[in-house]
Design a protein around this ligand. Structure first.
Ligand code: AMP
Length: 403
């Protein structure tokens, strides 16, 4: 039997308000009694120095790794010729069975850095099972696609457990005793509590975007889930940032881990950063309009604070003739996927989104990240601007700041 993830059907029911999806802006930089981190606007200004890919010389080729021939063939079919820095450093340790901590953001190739070792292990060890937890549905789906293409021909089966998609299909996939389960914390925990998912035989656990998962309030769910997995386990933790909360979780659930840390600032080094000063709401919109019609803006993602702000801005830009769509937690999963697909395929070149909806999306050719609202924290800022300047290109990040 070939590797056969049976992707769950997407329902059209509006999704539950995602946690943290539209928190009020706590940035005092936005003023008016809102609490939160003050980020000095000077931190939004920086000249890009280099592109990420130019700085790194890989120590290995994929041929050096002790991966099965099927996986090597799938890598070649995907066009991956050279390991990215995180792959170069993490894969040898992971293949030795070590726990791995990766301090790296989306766009660094971290998915294959954990997917290749775990697929290799699952293909050679019939009793192994892997659980992959991601903070958002979109990221879970992206990971599922990457695992499916990298694992083609291995005969492994999987289940994708995310909200907003058919329970029936998930239950059917779980009855098939999948070797790989990928999902978001809420839905995985639902299945665990219903008794439809048993994790005691899962001896590989991956937590992707741990920092975001904790920001979204998933710490208890994640702890419950990890405790339910096999205690003899290989664990992978990936996080763009490392703070005390992330550290505690990692320390609790890893054993003598191997850590790969891509320089924290590496994502932002390939992004020209600047501010756009504005006075009034009208001035703000006009400045955005003028920005978007500049020739070098080929593909832009615009971040705004709440679902309502995002929808309003998307409609306004549409009225002004821009080719746009919106992504936020108030949209159905199908609507979000369609917006993302249009953006990827260049049917639209402006996507307006909340932080949560845009988290982890993998679109390699975004030229501009526009912070129409100031991010709540500097970490959020780094996450946002990491959407641009990927795949060796210089990107731009522009943050609107009231004068
Ligand atoms: P990720 O950080 O895992 O979301 O990966 C970012 C993008 O890089 C995705 O589009 C991957 O398909 C791509 N990618 C990952 N590893 C490689 C590689 N070794 N060579 C070329 N592209 C890669």
């Amino acid at each position: 039997m070939s590797y056969s993830y049976r992707s769950s059907r997407v329902s059209t029911a509006p999704r539950r308000q995602s946690r943290g999806g539209s928190r009020p802006n706590r940035s005092s930089a936005q003023g008016r009694g809102r609490k939160g981190d003050y980020i000095d606007p000077s931190r939004f200004i920086k000249v890009a120095t280099a592109t990420q890919t130019e700085q790194y010389v890989a120590q290995h080729s994929f041929a050096d790794f002790n991966l099965s021939p099927i996986l090597k063939a799938n890598l070649a079919a995907k066009g991956y010729t050279t390991p990215s820095p995180i792959q170069d450093q993490a894969i040898p340790a992971a293949l030795e069975g070590r726990d791995v901590i990766g301090i790296a953001s989306t766009g660094t190739g971290k998915t294959a850095a954990f997917a290749l070792p775990l697929l290799n292990q699952l293909a050679s060890e019939p009793n192994s099972r892997a659980l992959i937890i991601a903070p958002t549905r979109e990221l879970a789906q992206q990971i599922e696609v990457e695992c499916r293409t990298l694992g083609r021909g291995t005969g492994l089966t999987g289940a994708l457990l995310i909200g907003g998609s058919s329970m029936g299909i998930q239950l059917r996939d779980l009855r098939g005793n999948p070797r790989i389960v990928i999902g978001t914390p809420g839905r995985i925990k639902d299945h665990l509590l219903r008794g439809t998912l048993k994790l005691d035989r899962f001896n590989i656990a991956v937590l992707d975007e741990v920092d975001r998962m904790l920001d979204m309030g998933f710490v208890n769910d994640v702890t419950t889930i990890l405790k339910a997995t096999n205690s003899v386990r290989q664990s992978f933790f990936f996080s763009a940032t490392m703070d005390a909360k992330v550290r505690i979780l990692i320390d609790t659930f890893t054993n003598d881990p191997f850590t790969v840390s891509l320089k924290a600032s590496s994502a932002s080094e390939s992004v020209h950063q600047n501010i756009v000063a504005y006075n009034t709401k009208t001035d703000k919109l006009d400045k955005l309009h003028n920005l978007l019609i500049q020739g070098n803006v080929t593909k832009a993602i615009i971040f705004d604070e709440t679902q309502r702000d995002v929808e309003r801005l998307h409609k306004e830009l549409e009225l002004r003739g821009f080719s746009t769509d919106s992504m936020h937690g108030g949209k159905t999963q199908g609507q979000r996927q369609r917006a993302l697909a249009k953006f990827k395929q260049n049917e639209i070149n402006v996507l307006v989104a909340t932080d949560v909806a845009a988290r982890g999306i993998d679109v390699t050719d975004i030229s501009h990240v526009v912070n129409f609202s100031v991010p709540k924290t500097y970490d959020d800022y780094i996450h946002r601007i990491g959407r641009a300047g990927r795949a060796g290109k210089i990107g731009h990040a522009l943050t609107f700041v009231q004068q």
